[in-house]
Write a protein that binds this ligand. Structure first.
Ligand SMILES: [Zn+2]
Length: 276
């Protein structure tokens, strides 16, 4: 994977009209140290443990490398070019296989002391809830991510509950659950709405914490559209503190697959926060 990554970067450089670069911006899934570019772990990339990716890229290209978590950098991209263009107080959540987030407060990305802030996917909503990839239990990600929606549907199907999804047992995805729910399937509707409710509770917590103007939701699960947004908006605005609910908008992300690339480019041009 690393060899392909380096080759892709070399190819891009070879095609560039002016093949000189002043910096590399790097968007990585999972927690990454922005100072050293060390990927601690990447749950969706098995074997990536303590990989000094920035060092490797800096040695290859001879320029500084600026690394960040993919959801944090996607938040920067949405803030600059996407749904958050006209706002300074932004909460961004990506709901796909997992749940990532980025917080922009008064125009500045919230990084924390080690650059690891804004793991909203690991807000704990159920102390005895399902296990989470982080080692904890009952995190928002374990209750409302795409993989948790698929898992919850499979568990109901295994009990023999009636559903059009019985024919897909073993291969259910959150997209199939959303589509069945949109066609009126009861089991699918219950599973999807339960996840959307937890997502709404997570958003309510983020509204209470950050007093945002806008909440931007991206990631594959948001393709469900109104099925997701109606519930998330109703739950979030009715369960946050009333005074904080005024005027908060909950909207879909505007950028698509290149959101991480754009974010990485912005990050390379952002004045460095101090870490450690
Ligand atoms: Zn977790």
């Amino acid at each position: 994977m690393l060899a392909r990554l380096l080759q892709t970067a070399r190819n891009a450089l070879a095609q560039a009209p002016q093949p000189s670069i002043s910096a590399v911006g790097l968007s990585a899934p999972g927690p990454i140290n922005p100072q050293t570019g060390l990927i601690y772990t990447a749950p969706n990339m098995p074997g990536w443990v303590n990989v000094p990716l920035s060092e490797i890229l800096a040695a290859e290209f001879g320029v500084p490398v600026f690394a960040g978590n993919d959801a944090n950098l996607a938040a920067l991209a949405e803030a600059r070019f996407g749904a958050g263009r006209n706002y300074r107080h932004i909460v961004y959540l990506t709901v796909s296989t997992g749940i990532g987030s980025g917080i922009i407060s008064d125009g500045v990305l919230v990084t924390g002391k080690d650059g690891l802030a804004a793991e909203a996917g690991h807000l704990i909503l159920e102390p005895d809830g399902p296990p989470c990839g982080c080692g904890g239990r009952g995190c928002l990600e374990a209750l409302a991510s795409g993989s948790s929606i698929a898992r919850a549907a499979e568990a109901r199907l295994a009990q023999g509950d009636d559903s059009v999804l019985q024919a897909k047992r073993g291969t259910v995805t959150s997209r199939l659950v959303a589509e069945a729910a949109q066609r009126g399937d009861r089991l699918a509707g219950e599973v999807f709405q339960r996840a959307a409710t937890y997502l709404g509770l997570g958003v309510a917590a983020l509204i209470n914490l950050f007093n945002p103007q806008i909440i931007i939701l991206g990631g594959g699960v948001t393709n469900a559209g109104d099925l997701l947004f109606d519930t998330v908006t109703r739950v979030a605005l009715s369960r946050c503190m009333p005074i904080l609910s005024h005027g908060v908008q909950i909207v879909p992300a505007a950028l698509r697959d290149d959101v991480g690339l754009r974010g990485a480019a912005i990050w390379a041009f952002t004045p460095r926060p101090r870490f450690g």
